[in-house]
Design a protein around this ligand. Sequence first.
Ligand code: TXA
Ligand code: MG
Length: 338
Amino acid sequence: MKTTIVKISKDDIYNNDDLKKCADILANGGVGAFPTETVYGLGGNGLSPDAVKKIYSAKGRPSDNPLILHISSIDMLHTIANNINEKSRKLIDAFWPGALTLIFDKKDIVPFETSGGLDTVAVRFPSNEIAKELIRLSNVPIAAPSANLSGKPSPTRFSHVEHDLLNKVDFIIDGGSCQNGLESTIIDCTRPTPVILRPGCITIDMIETIIGDVELDKSLLTGDAKKALAPGMKYTHYSPKAEVIIVDSKNIPARINYLAQNTHNKKVGILCEQKNVHLYDNEKYVIQILNDANLYHALRKFDFLNTDIVYAEMLENSNDNLAIINRLSKSASFNIIN
Ligand code: TXA
Ligand code: MG
């Protein structure tokens, strides 16, 4: 398959013939990657089992790992979801369009190929203008996992998608870098107390301000991944080729410098907060900045530069840092040392 590359700039989204062509491809059962405000997605008609199978096969993704349906209007939500309760409605008002995915009872029109065999469906209304217009023009809910090969870090730049999916999909839209850099927060409000299935940049505090108490799926921070409530969270994720070790001690930079100096015959990478960059020797080590927008790029960069081992700084344990700590911990297979 030859992939068509389409570059779309922020001020040329509407009445754009190239974008219209991409939407037609999706409406006719093809698959293609597009930017969102979180990470790039690999989209296809979420109501078509055949299109959804193409997504799974391009990614090499296990088919029991359900997809998120992306919509461009609340009308579209009503075609796929049942029993939209009060708490969901409040969250929709507060955070859509945006980086929040909600779980609903699915309507029969949503095939089990999309929902991974579940009776529920995950739905998100993205705020990225290219994504919104692409979905609107295709006029179907677009199933879209992150546009990476299964197991690799999610793509936050066009070059990441091109690396993973060139000639495996019909098109890739180059819409620049993704603003947030981590996948959406997923919340299940079908339970008596809503549960965060995946932390993201819409934080627990932001959500609790709107609907009161929520629970966090605890397995997300302990690495007891087999118990994760979102099927996808149990799989290996975000893994670079290098071994990633998270360092959590009193003086983290001093500890990392000691470990790095005592690591022999290996190319060492360091993943640190911006404020600590000057504490490490950038001639000896590959240094990357640790923040939401850069984490996945950093993990890919370490691979690109053939780094063998990466020491990552642990971040302060706060609700705001939950998402990045979760993703970083997964990339390190929960290998955290003092
Ligand atoms: O930010 C995002 O959400 C990105 C962009 C492209 O929108 N998408 C994304 O999709 O991260 P993906 O497929 O990489 O992750 C979807 C997650 C998986 O962990 C999956 O198991 C979970 O959502 N999920 C989907 N449907 C579900 C359902 N009905 N119940 C529980 N979890 C579900
Ligand atoms: Mg993913």
